[in-house]
Design a protein around this ligand. Sequence first.
Ligand SMILES: NC(=O)c1ccc[n+]([C@@H]2O[C@H](COP(=O)([O-])OP(=O)(O)OC[C@H]3O[C@@H](n4cnc5c(N)ncnc54)[C@H](OP(=O)(O)O)[C@@H]3O)[C@@H](O)[C@H]2O)c1
Length: 275
Amino acid sequence: MGWNIVRYSAKNYDVCFTYYKQPFLIKGCQDSYHLDLQNIEEIEEVVEVVQPGIIIHTAALANADVCEQRRSIAHAINVEGTRCLAECAEKIGARFVYISTDMVFDGNKGNYTEKDRATLVNYYGETKLLGEKVVREVSTDYLIFRMAVMYGHGNEKNGCFTDWIRRGLQRRSPISLFTDQYRTPLFAWEGGQAILEVLQHPVRNEIFHLAGSERITRYDFGQTSADFLGTRKKISILSKCAKLQLSRNAAMIAHWIPQKSPPSWVLSFPMLKPA
Ligand SMILES: NC(=O)c1ccc[n+]([C@@H]2O[C@H](COP(=O)([O-])OP(=O)(O)OC[C@H]3O[C@@H](n4cnc5c(N)ncnc54)[C@H](OP(=O)(O)O)[C@@H]3O)[C@@H](O)[C@H]2O)c1
């Protein structure tokens, strides 16, 4: 996500980005800084040196299984790291954009709007919701974007759902996907575009849901990706998870159509009907 936002925003903004494990290059963007969200001094130092007008906070421990297994690290990165970054932004008067997730909902209801109460299903969602809370407490100029599951191009290191499918198909390993989990996949590039577009409007201290226009099961999404990648004929295709203990009709939220529009459009799109 961060990689997409940097590439998109470098066209019109003076952008620098941070990396955690390894440095890497992004075309059109000269400046990058190491930053560990568990290191408060480093966060303060980077913000002090860069003096940004806007901070878009995409970094997170975003793997739900790892968050479950390593709760204290997930909390340190997703909650305390977010708090420190938001406090630093506030100190220098920077706008703060926090990237959250549709996983703040358990999915039982579906068709969630920004007015719905969060209903958690895992620790990852819990830390992201706590991240939202600290942003609202600390920042006087924030935007929170809850993204649906994303697909598209990532950098070589960090992949998304479609990269995971591609790697599985290349390795010819079986892939199992939920047939009863509905998502509204969002093209990561358009997600970045939408965020940058909202930033051009005089709107602050709001939560936006950003998602694709199509409601689709994980299984169908995987099949479509495999078709797109052209590997369907070579590989025996994805197996259905017939009897699932965990049934999650995951978040189906307001959809975004990329075009020039005021942010109120984002909020007022009609909801798709649940299946
Ligand atoms: N992907 C989705 O479908 C999806 C859906 C909804 C919301 N989101 C949210 O969107 C944001 C971006 O997600 P993503 O899919 O792009 O995740 P990702 O590919 O896992 O990227 C997360 C980034 O955070 C960095 N990071 C991890 N631990 C860090 C630490 N201690 N200090 C500083 N940076 C650290 C990682 O750096 P390294 O690469 O060096 O480890 C990586 O660059 C997250 O906030 C996530 O919660 C994602």
